[in-house]
Design a protein around this ligand. Structure first.
Ligand code: 5AD
Ligand code: SF4
Length: 362
C-alpha cells in the first residue's frame, strides 16, 4: 500500500524515504504539506518577519564556481568594492529603519587587507547603531583565525551555503581543486559552529543532475548539522558561466520555483524553530515569490540596501530584481508583501534563530 502523505506528516521524525515521498507529492497532498508547514510556523516562530539589510560589499571573488555570474573567470564584468563611508551610511539606514541586523556578503577574498577591512566595518556598524544591529557575514571559507577575528569584532552570525549535500554533484558544480574542496567547506561550517556563531547554510534547487533524493538528503543534512538558519532558492542559469551549457536538462523555471516552495515548507516541518529566508532567487522567478515563501514557512527577508550604483555588478544569476529601485522603494513593496502574506513586521528586533537560542540553553 502506498504511504499516505497525511500519515507521514503526523510523524515527528522523517526518514529519507518519507522526505522523498513528500517532495514528490502533488495536488491535495501538496496543499496538505503547505497547510501543515503554516501551522508549524505559527506555533513555533510566530508570524513576525525579521529584516536583514543586505550589503553586497564586493563582487571580487577568488573562486570559480561553475554556476555563478561573479566567478573570477568571468572577465566581462566590472569589479567594485563599496566604500567604508557607503557601508556606514547603509548601516545607518538599516538602524534608522529598525532592521534587526545587517548581512555583509561578498565574493570569497582571503587577503589580509580585505580581512582587516571587514573587521573595521564590523566595528563601525556596531558603533553607528549603538551596538544594536546584529551582524551576519557571508564571505565564504576563511581560516579559523579570520572567523575568530570577525566574531570578536562583533559579527554573530555566518552564512555559508553547502550548495548541495551530494559530494559528487558538488564537483560537477565546482572545479575539482584545492580551492573548491568539499571537505574544507564542511570543516568551515564546523569551525563557525565551534566559535559560537549562529550558523546558516543552504542549497540551490533545480540544479542540473540534481535528483529528488538529493534534495531529501539536503533536508537531512540541515537536520544532522543542527543548522540555525537556512537560505535556499532555485538555481537560475547565467549565460556567462560554464554550467550554462546544461540549460536544456533543467526543469522549467516555474517548476524550480514550485520545488523551492515545497523545500521551504518541508524544512519548516522538519526543523520547526529555525530561521528560513525568503530568498531573492525566488523573487526573481515569481514577482510574488517572497510572499509565497513566507506563506510556505519562511520568516526572514533580506532587503538589498547596497548603494544602487553597484547593484548591476552583483549578478550571480540573470534577471535579478530590484537593480534600480532605491531602499525606500524596496521597503514599501516588501511591507505590502509581508502584510498581504498575513505576517507581521518584526521591526526593532534581532529575531535571532529560536533554534540557536534553544540550543544555547542546553
Ligand atoms: N542561481 C542561484 N543561486 C546562485 N548562487 C550563486 N549563483 C547562483 C545561480 N546561478 C547562490 C549560491 C551562493 C549564493 C551567494 O548565491 O548558493 O552560495
Ligand atoms: Fe565566488 Fe560565491 Fe560566486 Fe562561488 S558562489 S564564485 S565563491 S561569489
Amino acid at each position: 500500500m502506498a504511504i499516505k502523505v497525511q500519515d507521514i506528516l503526523l510523524q515527528n521524525e522523517f526518514s529519507g524515504t518519507d522526505l522523498s515521498v513528500l517532495l514528490n507529492s502533488t495536488g491535495t497532498d501538496k496543499e496538505q504539506i503547505f497547510k501543515h508547514a503554516a501551522r508549524i510556523k505559527e506555533q513555533f516562530v510566530g508570524q513576525k518577519v525579521y529584516f536583514r539589510g543586505l550589503i553586497e560589499l564586493t563582487n571580487r571573488c577568488g573562486k570559480n564556481c561553475y554556476y555563478c555570474g561573479i566567478r573570477a573567470g568571468n572577465k566581462g564584468i566590472e569589479r567594485y568594492m563599496v566604500s567604508e563611508e557607503e557601508v556606514t551610511e547603509a548601516a545607518r539606514y538599516a538602524y534608522e529603519h529598525r532592521f534587526g541586523s545587517i548581512v555583509m556578503q561578498s565574493g570569497e577574498r582571503t587577503y589580509k587587507k580585505y580581512i582587516n577591512t571587514v573587521t573595521r566595518l564590523i566595528r563601525k556598524i556596531k558603533e553607528v547603531s549603538n551596538g544594536e544591529l546584529g551582524i551576519t557575514l557571508s564571505m565564504g571559507e576563511q581560516t579559523r583565525d579570520t572567523y575568530k577575528q570577525w566574531f570578536n569584532a562583533g559579527a554573530n552570525r555566518y552564512l555559508l551555503r553547502i550548495e548541495t549535500s551530494n559530494r559528487e554533484l558538488y564537483y560537477k558544480l565546482h572545479p575539482d581543486n584545492k580551492k573548491h574542496d568539499y571537505d574544507h567547506r564542511l570543516k568551515s561550517l564546523h569551525l563557525l559552529r565551534e566559535l559560537g556563531f549562529n550558523v546558516g547554510t543552504g542549497v540551490m534547487i533545480g540544479l542540473p543532475f540534481q535528483t529528488f533524493d538529493d534534495l531529501a538528503n539536503d533536508l537531512q543534512f540541515f537536520k544532522d548539522w543542527d543548522i540555525d538558519m537556512v537560505g535556499m532558492g532555485p538555481y537560475i542559469e547565467h549565460e556567462h558561466t560554464p554550467l550554462y551549457k546544461f540549460k536544456d536538462v533543467l526543469l522549467p523555471l516555474q517548476e524550480r520555483f514550485e520545488l523551492s516552495l515545497l523545500m521551504v515548507a518541508l524544512l519548516r516541518i522538519t526543523m520547526k524553530d529555525i530561521n528560513i529566508a525568503a530568498t531573492t532567487a525566488m523573487q526573481t522567478i515569481d514577482s510574488n515569490g517572497r510572499e509565497k515563501a513566507l506563506k510556505a514557512g519562511a520568516n526572514i527577508i533580506m532587503p538589498n540596501i547596497t548603494p544602487v550604483k553597484y547593484r548591476e555588478g552583483y549578478l550571480l544569476y540573470k534577471n535579478k530584481p530590484g537593480l534600480k529601485e532605491n531602499s525606500d522603494e524596496t521597503m514599501k513593496k516588501l511591507e505590502n508583501e509581508i502584510l498581504s502574506a498575513g505576517c507581521q513586521l518584526g521591526y526593532g528586533e534581532w529575531g535571532d534563530s529560536k533554534h540557536f537560542t534553544n540550543r544555547s540553553k542546553l
